[in-house]
Ligand binder design. Structure first.
Ligand code: NAD
Length: 251
């Protein structure tokens, strides 16, 4: 298969590249940093919508799968940058690359368990997704008093909603989209989540016993990207070591 992937240089994306290459696929990567082991790297800052247009214009496809994995964690004062990359960068890359997808193609987005409350927060998610573009984000963030942790949750709620919303439109084109929602995964940004969540992160991690390994998420992404998952459409698949199940049973 020909596969396009954002966020290929580190963590879950790098593990996904390893898995896809081991299975004999051709991988085209879009990342600000240089990924190892890919067939082609298009350097791009996914916070820059013009750069996304330029980088995606350089590839012809047709791609059998598009994996939208790049994302920023919450860090001091980064709500606007985070929402730009995680939401508008993702949607812009998808919009630009969809015409280059082959019939039957699969789109897989990386959301997060942090986006699990998307139903309760739907009005705010819709307001975010309805903005004209990233230029409107500073006012949106200020007006809604969105701190970096809330920005991260909101960005992943938006990824879930975006994915589900693609289902019927893509079906008419013989394509499909799904997203994966990991909880804590042992990548370079795990420390950012621990810092943002404090005790809550320590408690959740202690309860499931360990953080997930990048390849445990990559295995799910590779399955959803490939033809074996063809009847899986419009799903948000949680991979969290049992965290959600245990929290549900507490209720
Ligand atoms: P990571 O930092 O190891 O990898 C992120 C990748 O995205 C890197 O290759 C980075 O270069 C790229 N990237 C970041 N900003 C970019 C930009 N502006 N332009 C282009 N590329 C950019 O993180 P990870 O943990 O592997 O995260 C991958 C995805 O998984 C993210 O969407 C993240 O939100 C999500 N996620 C991670 C965890 C976790 O605990 N690690 C949990 C749930 C969801």
């Amino acid at each position: 298969m020909q596969i396009a992937l954002t966020g290929a240089a580190s963590g879950i994306g790098a593990a996904t590249v390893g898995r896809l290459k081991a299975a004999g696929h051709h991988v085209t990567a879009f990342d600000i940093a240089e990924p190892a082991g890919v067939d082609r790297w298009l350097p791009v800052d996914l916070s820059d919508m013009d750069a996304i247009a330029d980088a995606t214009a350089q590839v012809a496809g047709p791609f059998d799968a598009l994996i939208l994995n790049a994302g920023l964690p919450p860090r001091a004062d980064n709500a606007v940058e985070l929402l730009t990359v995680n939401v508008f960068g993702l949607m812009a890359a998808a919009r630009a690359l969809e015409p280059k997808l082959a019939p039957g193609a699969s789109i897989v987005a990386t959301a997060s368990r942090a986006g699990e409350h998307w139903r309760q927060n739907l009005p705010q998610v819709k307001a975010l997704m309805g903005l004209t573009g990233p230029a409107a984000l500073p006012d949106f963030v200020a007006a809604n008093q969105i701190d970096p942790l809330r920005a991260y949750c909101l960005s992943k709620e938006a990824v879930v909603v975006w994915t589900l919303r693609q289902t019927e439109r893509l079906l008419a084109k013989n394509m499909r989209a799904n997203c994966v929602s990991p909880s804590a995964v042992d990548t370079p940004i795990l420390g950012d989540f621990k810092a943002a969540l404090g005790e809550r992160a320590a408690h959740s991690l202690a309860r499931v016993g360990r953080a997930g390994q990048p390849d445990e998420i990559a295995a799910l992404i590779a399955f959803l990207a490939g033809p074996e998952s063809g009847w899986v459409r419009g799903q948000n698949v949680t991979v969290d070591g049992g965290m959600t199940a245990m929290a549900l049973c507490d209720e």
